[in-house]
Write a protein that binds this ligand. Sequence first.
Ligand SMILES: [Zn+2]
Length: 431
Amino acid sequence: MEKELALDLIDFLYTSPTAYHSVKTVKERLDSNGFSEVKESDKWDLQKDGKYYVIKNDSALIAFTVGNGELEEDGFKLIGAHTDSPGFRIKANPEMVAEGKYLKLNTEVYGGPLLYTWFDRPLGIAGKVSLKGKSPLKPEVKLVNINKPLLIIPSVAIHMNRSVNEGFAVNKQKDALPLLALINEKFEKNNYLVNAIAKELNVEAESILGFDLGLYEIEKGSLTGINEEFISAGRLDDMWMVYAGIKALIDSKSNKSTKVMVCMDNEEIGSLTPQGANSALLLNILERIALALGKDREELHRALANSIMISADLAHAVHPNAEEKHDPTNRPVLGNGPVLKTAASGSYSTDSYNAAIFEGLCSAANVPYQKFFNRSDVRGGTTIGPITSSLLTIPVMDMGAPLLSMHSIRELATVIDNVYSVKLFTEFFNA
Ligand SMILES: [Zn+2]
């Protein structure tokens, strides 16, 4: 059963190479579990105990089940996570020729990937393509996923870079461009990529007006370790928490509170987009839910005053080869359960009040828990927790399952922490 759950997570990650495909994967799971889509442009008619979701920009999704209590008294219970992960995006006019023979693609870096992990690996291309529509103001949108080993970023041989193992700097414009093809006499180097996408989508190349395409590792995740205790896969940050939250929402029992699973895009670049956490999106959707249930704005604000949220994003476990990088007394490890993250700087939204709620929930779910603080001389990261907490003005606890190799093309987690995450989130929604 634990292994089955881990394999299900690996499947979920495999079908989610970009934020767009993440949303598609989540949508398919919700559709087959009785949820129905409501569109921002429609008039909403919601029922108590009803199950719904709304999609923004094809890359963010908010799923919710309406409680059977009164919204202003029973509030919202939210879990928030993000659909995007660091990597490469392809620029417009991407074809570049080297030595008259190599065709490479011009890319830019999205977020903060561990760049060296992207070298010498077969990469696929996936994302969203905008096509000529019925009117210039309404382009048609299609997702594309060329799930083949198309590209590779080749390393420079050690013989030409003798000090490479003492550390090497990657120039994003020069060193990290992926190789796509060899040029021969019949070769059409112009619009090579657009032609390939058009062929894949079975449309005219001229109808493609724009694209948001990224690179991804085509190899599927796997269980590793002598007892298959580890999960090695790309995009665990943060699709793992999306997976666990969506599963908990689907599996949880109906009760008085309205449960919301928030899957935001663009966390890795600061969240300031219409589909990111630093936008009016979540508050707008919560307001729409209140209005559709016949509540007024005062009742929405009363509901918010009775609401609580978990910001679920992964936590650094102590690294077996870099134990000195961690705080001396708060030392989470893989396999020991969810990690509560706190920072005096406010880069995590946890405080003692929501920490107490977190500990109570873990005890009730029979799940062990751990705590993370940055070493005082290390800046550390942040999450959607502080942004969401400020926009909604509600308590948000910042937590996540423990992870190694965060932002590597392949990150490392454990089978048991996946079980703990689903149990904790289900307990939260059922509480
Ligand atoms: Zn993250």
